[in-house]
Design a binder for this molecule. Structure first.
Ligand SMILES: [Zn+2]
Ligand SMILES: [Zn+2]
Length: 278
């Protein structure tokens, strides 16, 4: 049984600098299988992790989809936590080429000093696959202003697959990477009718979901326009258009991936499963 916890649901420059929604990324935890993965640690990942009782020193892997601060800012402090305060080479860092080495547009966002701390560093290139703590991971395409941006698909024993698609516009052939999923997490920065090249609107999300037909969709990574419009309304619109159950994430939201996909309440202090449905 695996649990997803949203340490943030904001994205883009203004949601980040105002923290109208938090930008801490997503934690993936399974106590019995020793999975503890942090995906896209934007600003606040460390602080919210501590505040929510999710010990950052228990993190075993950090995934960074691209080199923008709302995805990568807290990767370095989390690497320090993961490597026992830099004392021991520990954990796995999975990151796009831009994050590790930079490209023509973006500088690398994790220093060489920090890249030397994990036990293993995997450069995530589209189409590659590998295993992290018993989860099969495959690297998916995304089309964003950082050309090296990647999505991640996880195959979970006794559950099936879910995927996280970071900032991306719709592109044809999305089903080559994101089909056959039980759950897709989409970074819907903008509401319907507000297109922006390289970024996802509700309209893009509808096209993607219609093409890949997951069992369920969760939208997150909301920019200011999306926050003011109301992510729940946009999720309803997606669900109405596609017929796929769609939920707008909120800060602290927990999702249990079991036989069913169960969206739970906000994480408070401590995170015992008995209070999951409370
Ligand atoms: Zn972003
Ligand atoms: Zn971005």
């Amino acid at each position: 049984m695996l649990e997803l916890i949203f340490l943030g649901t904001g994205g883009g420059r203004f949601a980040t600098i105002t923290q109208k929604r938090r930008t801490g990324g997503i934690r993936l935890i399974s106590e019995q299988d020793k999975v503890n993965i942090h995906i896209d640690p934007g600003p606040g990942a460390l602080i919210y992790s501590l505040e929510m009782g999710l010990d950052p020193q228990k993190i075993r892997a950090i995934f960074v989809s691209h080199s923008h601060i709302d995805h990568a800012n807290d990767a370095e402090p989390l690497i320090e936590a993961m490597s026992e305060g830099t004392v021991r080479k520990r954990g796995i860092l999975v990151a796009s080429k831009s994050v590790l080495r930079g490209n023509d547009i973006c500088e690398s966002s994790i220093s060489k000093y920090h890249q030397a701390m994990p036990e293993k560093v995997i450069e995530a290139s589209v189409g590659s696959s590998f295993e992290v703590d018993g989860l099969e991971v495959s690297v998916c395409r995304a089309v964003h202003s950082d050309p090296d941006t990647v999505g991640f698909r996880f195959n979970v024993k006794d559950f099936g697959s879910f995927a996280y698609m970071p900032d991306s516009e719709y592109f044809s052939g999305a089903s080559n990477f994101y089909s056959g999923l039980r759950l897709i997490i989409l970074s819907v920065l903008r509401p319907s009718g507000q297109p922006w090249e390289g970024h996802m609107t509700t309209d893009d999300a509808i096209k993607i979901i219609e093409e890949v037909r997951p069992e369920m969709a969760i939208i997150t990574h909301f920019g200011m326009q999306m926050i003011y419009k109301g992510p729940e309304r946009e999720a309803e619109l997606i669900e109405k258009k596609t017929g796929v159950p769609t939920k707008a994430a909120f800060d602290g939201m927990r999702v249990l991936l079991s036989k069913e996909i169960i969206v739970g309440r906000r994480v408070g202090k401590g995170r015992d499963l008995t209070s999951f449905f409370g």
